[in-house]
Design a protein around this ligand. Structure first.
Ligand code: GLN
Length: 446
């Protein structure tokens, strides 16, 4: 059999090429991200000097950066759709990322900005398109597709788990730029896998040239009233996605600085755990708990209970919001004793992760089911952009905590986001009516 038709463990061999490429891409992204704010606030006079910025300044730049890496999915998706095809755009993205991360290994102020700029372009070209290529490995009705995405998601989190430990440790303990350099080496390995693996990806992610007349006719029809209703729910689900990440993405920003500045990280007298290492906790829980949460929802549905995507998104938001209760407890302990215990952070990340496992996997499939065909690509771009806006809002909340206080912001998020989830559950019936059975199989259009 030719390489691209070969299978491994019951899946197209190409899946494993995309798996390892994305694993290393996320290794570089999360390895660098774990160091980002810590590096900016490190004193210029210390042995391992940073930029000596305030927390607020660091969080602001972090917000712009983490927004733009995802918003750049819109030009990245456009480039793939119209000019290069997904496969070549991923290749370009990988090259840009190798350059960007390598530049960060240099020690100067201007190189930091230039490096980030390349990474923004690189993630925009790589991340959305490699995800779409996973879908492209399977024929439309292939039942293995969901499992394929699950496997791919594990790759993402193996990268997200290992990078903050390796890059974080080296960056914080030895030299920030060595940490950034390790992220660059990771991306370089990913690019090697991708280039080597091209033979397994034949026929996937190629540019679809001029659409034929008949397709265009479908595409030019005005939206039906059913489609219009679905667009309304779609806009609401985008809002939920923004809100979800706006709270969740305190992780690399405010919570990372909290770990560094206010948490007792002494490990039973054996040594002090670097703050950045806590950035791997989310991915650790994803890897260990994903199956359990999946099984829970399966059993829940078999009992005939409510299991629509909107419901799961609302439950995810509530569970994640409750996680901030542990951060409120940490902030109280800090106010009383001058430091707070590590387990508060771990418990918060545990709840955040269970929330992510409820909300995040269903949200993407939900919006693809609701999107009218003619907007399919735009909607995908908007999905990633929504993640970006959520990241930006998250940094704003982190900046707010600098004047309002940690306790106030953590508690505020817990209360407001729980209420948001409850409102969605209360409005579930009318909202589901607007989907016109998009989730019932029969009525599903896309
Ligand atoms: N951790 C996941 C990833 O990196 C989700 C990130 C996100 O959408 N904010 O792919």
């Amino acid at each position: 059999k030719p390489a691209h038709q070969r299978e491994l463990f019951g899946h197209p061999a190409g899946l494993y090429i995309l798996f390892f490429t994305e694993m290393w891409e996320r290794f570089s992204y999360y390895g660098m991200r774990a160091l980002f704010t810590l590096f900016l606030v490190a004193e210029t006079t210390s042995k391992n000097p940073g930029f000596g910025w305030t927390n607020g300044e660091a969080l602001s730049l972090y917000g712009w950066y983490t927004m733009l890496v995802y918003v750049s999915s819109i030009p990245g998706g456009w480039l793939a759709d119209r000019v290069l095809g997904q496969k070549k755009t991923v290749m370009l993205g990988g090259a840009l990322l190798c350059v960007g991360h390598a530049i960060l290994a240099l020690n100067s102020e201007i190189s930091f900005y230039v490096g980030c700029f390349f990474i923004i372009l690189g993630v925009g070209c790589l991340k959305p398109n490699i995800s779409s290529m996973v879908g492209g490995l399977y024929k439309p009705k292939d039942e293995r597709r969901d499992l394929g995405f699950y496997i791919f998601y594990m790759g993402i989190n193996i990268g997200g788990f290992t990078a903050p430990i390796i890059c974080g440790y080296v960056g914080e303990k030895i030299n920030w730029h060595y940490g950034f350099g390790l992220a660059a080496i990771g991306m370089f390995l990913g690019q090697i896998v991708y280039v080597w693996g091209q033979k397994y990806l034949k026929g996937v992610g190629d540019l679809i040239s001029v659409k034929n007349e008949k397709d265009r006719e479908i595409l030019e029809k005005p939206l039906t009233s059913v489609e219009k209703d679905r667009v309304k729910v779609l806009l609401l689900s985008f809002l939920l996605i923004i809100l979800f990440w706006a709270a969740f993405e305190q992780a690399g920003g405010l919570m990372n600085l909290y770990a560094q500045q206010k948490t007792d990280r002494n490990f039973f007298g054996l040594g002090v755990i670097p703050a950045s290492v806590f950035q791997s906790v989310n991915s650790f829980f994803i890897i260990t708990l994903a199956t359990l949460v999946g099984l829970f929802w399966l059993k829940w549905r078999r009992k005939g209970r409510e299991s629509s995507s909107l419901f799961k998104m609302a439950v995810g938001i509530i569970v994640m919001a409750l996680g901030f209760g542990f951060m409120s407890a940490a902030a109280t302990e800090y106010q009383n004793t001058g430091s707070s215990a590590m387990y508060w952070l771990i418990l918060a990340y545990l709840f955040h992760t269970i929330g992510e496992l409820c909300a995040s996997p269903v949200s993407l499939s939900f919006i693809t089911k609701l999107a009218p065909l003619k907007y399919a690509s735009i909607i995908m771009g908007l999905y990633w952009a929504a993640t970006g806006f959520g990241n930006y809002a998250a940094s704003k909340l982190g900046v707010l905590a600098q004047s309002l206080g940690d306790f106030e912001v953590f508690t505020g998020i817990m209360i407001i986001w729980t209420l948001i989830g409850i409102v969605v559950i209360l409005l579930l019936k009318p909202l589901k009516r607007l989907t016109h059975g998009a989730e019932d199989g029969e009525g599903a259009v896309v």
